[in-house]
Structure formats: C-alpha cells, structure tokens
Write a new protein. Structure first.
Length: 262
C-alpha cells in the first residue's frame, strides 16, 4: 500500500513537471539572446571607433577630425608639451614614415611649449623627443605656426625642413630659456635640478643657433629674457622662411600694416 501511495499521481504534477522541463530551454534561449546582444554591441563599438574616411562628407556620420587631418599627413601640436601630447605626436610621425617615407609631413603648431611650474623637470625633454624624431624619420617635416609658438614650440617650428617653415600672418612667436620652479626641496636636490636645467638651456641654445644661423652667444643673449616676434620679424631672424599671406593684395596690405610697430 505504501508503494502504491508513492506512485499515486498528484493533481497538477504534470503541469509542474512540464514547467520544470521548460525552464532549462528558456534559460538557454535567454543566454543565447544575451550572447547575441553582447556580440552585436561589440560590433557596434568597433564601428563607432573606426572612422569612415571615404565618400562625401554629407554621406557620413559626424567626422573624427583628428583622423581626417592624419589622413592628409597633418600632425597637429595644439597643446602644451606634456608626455601625453609627445606620445601621440611621436606615434603619428613614426606611422606616417612607414606609410610613405617620401611624402612630406605637415606639423601645425599652436603651443605654449612647456608650462611654467609643471612640477617635473623632465617635461623640458618632451620637445627634444619630438625634435629628435623629426630628424630621424625620412619624410621631410614642414612646420606651420597657426596661433602661437612659445619657448620649446618655437624651437620645433625652427627645426622644420629649410624652405618649408611658415606661419600665418597673426601668429605670435617667442623664444626664451627653459622655465622651472623649485619648491620644498633640500639644497642638494635644488643644485642637481639647476645643473640639469643649465644643460637643457645649453641644448636649446645650440639647436636654435643651428636652425636660425645666429651664433650661440647671440642666441643666449636673446633668450636671457623672453623675446617676441611677429611672423615677419621671425622671417628676418631665421625662425621661419615665409609668411602665408592672403592672395588678395588689399587684404595683404592691411595685414602687413597691422604688424607694423606703433
């Protein structure tokens, strides 16, 4: 009797078993749908970060402007020279060299150089890393100042390919000694940093002398205090080769007159 009782069907047990049997299938379908959604999301993410660089601009999503500039072999230095900027500039120049070692690279500069009081002495060397890479790669590097080029940025402007160094008419160019602020350090540390800063200054003087044609003594005297140039004065000094003026003669005359000293 006990055995029979254990085998007696209970009302609703069929529906319960059916529901239990459906649960694994539903879970499998849910897991499959989640997996497909994740893979779709991954595909969408890839499409979002890789810009489309072909066709008419009206046929595309809003453009990734740095990639468009990069496609035209333009390297834009538009910030102070800090490690993140240097890393990007070096990577772009090295890639463009292996993409085509004969076509020129155009470096557009709008930078204040190394920020005063940046807190790390090594920031002065960021400009030297860019300079050495410009000299190392095979393509000629044309430099164009489009806003301001101060300090180390002016050195990079002058280091462009001879005959291909230019500036727009309203730019401001300034050469100076490297700047650094030492605070809350013991005397021996300050002496070490001062020695390194002197070496950095001597290197800046040597490179400016090499690319402007002036003697190192004259450069050292000129950068003892900040020395500013308008683009026409920069041509005379040897930092750049020409000013990219408007084609219209009336506009050109107005621009030239605006640069005349008061």
């Amino acid at each position: 009797m006990q055995l029979a009782a254990s085998c007696t069907p209970v009302a609703g047990s069929a529906q319960l078993c059916s529901a239990r049997s459906r649960r694994p299938a539903a879970a499998a379908r849910s897991s499959s749908s989640r997996g497909s959604r994740c893979s779709a999301a991954k595909r969408l993410d890839v499409q979002a970060v890789i810009p489309a660089l072909s066709g008419d601009a009206t046929e595309q999503t809003p453009p990734d402007l740095p990639s468009y500039l990069f496609k035209e072999r333009i390297v834009y230095v538009g910030m102070s020279l800090v490690p993140a900027v240097t890393e990007l500039v070096l990577a772009e120049m090295l890639y463009l060299q292996y993409d085509n070692p004969t076509r020129p690279i155009y470096m557009y500069i709008n930078s204040t150089g190394v920020v005063k009081g940046s807190g790390k002495l090594g920031y002065e060397a960021e400009a030297f890393a860019i300079y050495d890479t410009m000299r190392y790669i095979k393509p000629p590097v044309a430099t164009v100042c489009v806003g301001s080029a101060f300090g180390e940025a002016a050195m990079l402007l002058a280091a462009g390919e001879p005959g291909r160094r230019a500036a727009l008419p309203s730019t401001s160019i300034m050469i100076r000694q490297p700047m650094q602020r030492f605070t809350q350090m013991q005397a021996s540390d300050i002496d070490i940093y001062r020695t390194e800063l002197r070496k950095t200054n001597a290197e800046v003087v040597r490179l400016l002398s090499r690319h402007t044609g002036h003697s190192e003594e004259e450069i050292a005297k000129d950068i003892a205090r900040p020395k500013y140039f308008n683009p026409y004065e920069a041509v005379e000094y040897g930092i750049i080769d020409r000013v990219l003026e408007p084609e219209d003669e009336e506009v050109k005359r107005v621009v030239r007159n605006s640069q005349m000293p008061m």
